[in-house]
Write a protein that binds this ligand. Structure first.
Ligand code: HEC
Ligand code: HEC
Length: 292
């Protein structure tokens, strides 16, 4: 009730509460203090031969029970919020309860969190309870995209369980990926290559690393355009998020049609940033989990 829109409404509610309360007291007292009606004035109709109407007063213990409840209400309204915006002597509020619990929670865990945030990864990895928390964190925040246990999904979300890292697999790089997110930027090459060029270069990508690649019709274009990011050998560049094109690991796929689609349309995979959603301890736990 502390956030009552203004004093007028608060006063109004206090007034209604008080008037209702006084009215109730008056009603109860008047029922019990009224003089019993003159017996002669009472209509003693008899029902079903033996059920006679009378005017007995309600038992007195009812009165004391109701009276005790009223006294309780008065004390309650003095101690707890109930009268408009009056907070009560205890200053109790639901928001206050939550703040109090947060305070207790933080006091209890701040130290532990600070410890985890700088704990060596091997130490975290050796602690089954911490790894359990890390796995829970992953399920809550990451598995919608990366799959239940990070196995990757739908030729869009990379597998995080293998040793292949598009953006670098050192703990520092993975931490940067989590904090800042990553946006893979590869433009469309259709205009530059033309349809035939797209097919040639896609075929060349499939041959990368094999002897047949030498002198392939796609080679010249590849060397001209693609090596800037994917490297002379096509092994990629984690600084740019340019994937290794010579391994067997494909984010979007390596059948000819998919490769042509990649070259025609470009690709822009986006990993969202978690720097302001997760705290340092949580990020540390996830890095440990991903490098286990
Ligand atoms: C400006 C840097 C840049 C250039 C130039 C570039 N790429 Fe890429 N390429 C990337 C990035 C970054 C990605 C990752 C995109 C993503 O994560 O969504 C990528 C992704 C790919 C993929 C998808 C790999 C997979 O795992 O599915 C293929 C195939 C590819 N590039 C081939 C090429 C070819 C062929 C060329 C030359 C015509 C080329 N790229 C030129 C940066 C580049
Ligand atoms: C909205 C979907 C989405 C969510 C949620 C998400 N990711 Fe990603 N993540 C991606 C995409 C897409 C990429 C690939 C980006 C690219 O193409 O370069 C990626 C890439 C990554 C990479 C880089 C992989 C590599 O090979 O370098 C890591 C590490 C990663 N995610 C971890 C996580 C973790 C940990 C979480 C949970 C805190 C998470 N992701 C949540 C979509 C998501």
């Amino acid at each position: 009730m502390a956030d009552m829109p203004n004093d007028f409404w608060s006063g109004w509610i206090i007034l209604i509460t008080l008037i209702s309360f006084i009215g109730l007291v008056w009603l109860v007292v008047s029922v019990y203090t009224a003089a019993p009606p003159n017996d002669a004035e009472v209509d003693h109709t008899t029902w079903d031969d033996n059920l006679k109407e009378g005017m007995n007063q309600a038992p007195l213990w009812w009165f004391w029970m109701i009276f005790a409840m009223m006294v309780f209400s008065v004390f309650y309204l003095m101690l707890y919020p109930g009268m408009g915006s009056f907070k009560g002597a205890f200053q109790w509020s639901q928001g206050g309860q939550i703040e109090e619990r947060y305070r207790v929670f933080n006091d209890e865990f701040t130290e532990l969190r600070a410890e985890i945030a700088v704990m060596p990864l091997t130490e975290i990895q050796a602690d089954a309870a911490l790894m359990g928390s890390a796995s829970d964190l992953f399920s809550q925040n990451c598995s919608a995209c990366h799959g239940y246990q990070g196995q990757g999904q739908a030729n869009l979300f990379p597998n995080l369980n293998d040793d292949i890292w598009q953006w670098g697999g050192s703990p520092e790089n993975i931490e940067l990926t989590l904090r800042n997110g990553r946006i893979g930027v590869m433009a469309s090459w259709e205009a530059l290559l033309g349809q035939e060029g797209v097919t040639n270069v896609a075929n060349y990508v499939l041959l990368l690393g094999s002897p047949e690649a030498e002198g392939h019709p796609g080679q010249a274009r590849f060397n001209q355009i693609c090596i800037a990011c994917h490297g002379i050998e096509g092994t990629g560049n984690p600084l740019l998020g340019a994937p290794d094109l010579t391994d067997d690991d494909w984010l979007y796929g390596n059948d000819l049609d998919t490769l042509r689609e990649t070259l025609r349309g470009g690709r822009n995979g986006q990993m969202p940033a978690f720097g302001d959603k997760l705290d340092n301890a949580q990020i540390r736990l996830l890095v440990a989990w991903l490098t286990r």
